[in-house]
Ligand binder design. Structure first.
Ligand code: VG1
Ligand code: CO
Length: 540
């Protein structure tokens, strides 16, 4: 049936899909308008095939039913859906590619908390398995501003807990095991017998699934297929409210894991992933691995895993991510790329075969096996490397820094600011950029300062306003940008980096090592002075 509707303000996708308060998504026509706009902006759903699934947060199940009925009413041929409406983001990306569907709809607000009073989100991925590029998200947004009707099949709910084939009208619905195809893909990339032998030798691991989607994937792969001890995976059952916590794998929100890894009887390896399973945090016994460092170490060692034995074509990182991976790329003689924040900017580079590994400072790493970042994949690559090198994570990190130098790195988030205050900080620094080169701050000389714009080397599209950056002659950097994933107020992200070439000064405490850069940032951007805050809310 055709349901009349009216445009709803604010349906503009951010860094990663459309994210709003769950109650907003549950309000009349909200989800429907957006989904219809996705179909309309992509040439209609007639005869098309899609993958649908989400991270299991509150409203996931009802939203899946709505999308199925809308796809049917719009003439789609087939939708593949994970049992229970569940799919991790990387698993959804893989299924789109495996079944060559026309795209997929992923329901998640990722690391944002879930529940009736928290966040919900939806994202459209294209046929390459990756997030819709900017031109498409803009077209979808434009469509939401003129929509006057959506289509919805007047049919009973699909039994999404039952694996097998069903129909809504003329549309086939295939309910599949959400884990099986993903696990099979992982077996093609990594040396499972070798990792199994590592666990058999008594290697101990803790994986905190944070009551989110990765639980079933990690339990199947780590405990069943790789023989990790039962209980290795904790918080393994996806809960609609993630147990009331932020499913964000960083030292602040994965505190229990951090405490265990820094404690007296720490396991050899700790890891965590986020709400939708695309992020990862890696921790060794007594040592935290910064995501930017993790990307660099993975790039330097990926050839140890069967899927990457032929070597890497290139490495890409988001602009705020530390330049540690660039040094590895230079040493390997392969290309390195700097893109704006968000995985959608890696898609073209991956499709064109220019890069094999990609990463972001925000606990995201991935490769050309899918077109999303992939939390469990990164953990398995680490395990494969550990099984081959037979060293501890600390030894591997120290060895890496001795070889490539160390990029001390931290991100300071100032959350829940008013948009007015956050913009004032941004505008102030923006206004000073042109005058900065050549000036000296905290003993460091500014080499360059700009508002980052990215020209995609594959399709030539240009994305402007992607973050303010100040680069010093010693390679240190300050980057400032506004978050594009929040649902309330504004979050300022301040990214801080300082390079030490070594061999001296490689084992300082991170915030202490960054102290001059932190002071320079306050001199330049005056975040504390402008907002009246004493310091950041979250430090990673
Ligand atoms: C944040 C991260 C960014 C990441 C994005 C989506 O965006 O900084 O690196 O790609 O989240 O990750 P922002 O605009 O808030 O800085 V996920 O795991 O939330 O889909
Ligand atoms: Co995520």
């Amino acid at each position: 049936m055709r349901v009349r509707t009216r445009p709803i303000e604010g349906q503009k996708p951010g860094t990663s899909g459309l994210r709003k308060k769950t109650k907003v998504f549950m309000s009349e026509g909200y989800l429907e308008n957006f989904v219809q706009s996705v179909f309309d902006a992509t040439g209609g759903a007639e005869g098309r095939t899609y993958v649908v699934g989400g991270d299991g947060r509150y409203f996931n199940d009802s939203a899946v039913q709505v999308i199925l009925k809308m796809a049917a009413a719009n003439g789609a041929r087939r939708v593949i859906v994970g049992r229970g409406g569940l799919l991790s983001t990387p698993a959804a990306s893989h299924l789109i590619r495996l079944h060559k569907t026309d795209g997929g709809l992923i329901l998640s607000a990722s690391h944002n908390p879930g529940g009736p009073d928290e966040d919900f989100g939806i994202k459209f991925n294209t046929a390459n398995g990756g997030p819709a590029p900017e031109a498409l998200t803009e077209a979808i947004h434009a469509r939401t501003q003129e929509i006057d009707a959506y289509r919805l099949a007047d049919e009973p709910d699909v039994e999404i807990d039952r694996i097998g084939e069903q129909h809504i009208g003329g549309m086939q619905v295939s309910v599949i095991d959400p884990v099986a195809d993903y696990a099979a893909l992982m077996e093609t990339l990594f040396d499972f017998p070798k990792i199994r032998a590592l666990f058999a030798r008594g290697f101990r691991m803790r994986f905190d699934a944070m009551s989110a989607i990765t639980g079933p994937y990690a339990a199947e792969i780590l405990e069943e297929r790789l023989g990790a001890a039962p209980g290795t995976v904790v918080n393994a059952t996806p809960l609609p409210d993630f147990g009331g916590l932020h499913p964000d794998p960083n030292p602040t929100w994965a505190k229990a894991l951090m405490d265990e890894m820094m404690g007296p009887d720490a396991p050899d390896f700790g890891a965590a992933s986020d709400g939708d399973g695309d992020r990862n945090m890696v921790v060794g016994r007594g040592i935290y691995v910064a995501p930017s460092d993790s990307l660099a170490v993975l790039a330097a060692n990926a050839h140890l895993a069967p899927g990457y034995r032929a070597g890497l074509r290139g490495v890409a990182r988001s602009m705020p991510t530390s330049t540690a991976a660039d040094r590895v790329a230079a040493a390997l003689g392969i290309g390195s790329y700097e893109t704006p924040t968000g995985w959608k900017f890696f898609g073209n580079l991956l499709d064109a075969g220019r890069v094999t590994l990609c990463g972001e400072e925000s606990f995201g790493t991935g490769s050309d096996h899918v077109r999303e970042k992939d939390g469990l994949w990164a953990v398995l690559l680490w395990l494969n490397i550990l099984a081959e090198r037979k060293q501890s994570i600390r030894e591997i990190m120290e060895d890496h820094w001795r070889r490539f130098g160390r990029n001390y790195y931290s991100r300071h988030d100032y959350e829940a600011l008013t948009a007015e205050l956050a913009n004032r900080v941004m505008d102030r620094l923006h206004g000073r950029l042109a005058a900065l080169p050549g000036t000296c701050i905290e003993g460091m000389t500014v080499a360059a300062a700009d508002d980052f714009a990215y020209a995609d080397p594959v399709d030539g599209s240009v994305s402007r306003g992607q973050g303010l950056r100040v680069v010093f002659t010693d390679g240190s950097r300050i980057v400032l940008r506004l978050s594009g994933t929040g649902t309330e107020g504004a979050t300022l992200r301040l990214y801080l980096e300082r390079c030490v070439a070594g061999p001296e000064g490689l084992d300082a405490e991170v915030q202490a090592a960054l102290a001059p850069v932190i002071r320079a940032a306050e001199t330049l951007a005056a975040i504390r002075a402008t907002t009246g805050r004493q310091g950041p809310d979250v430090v990673t």
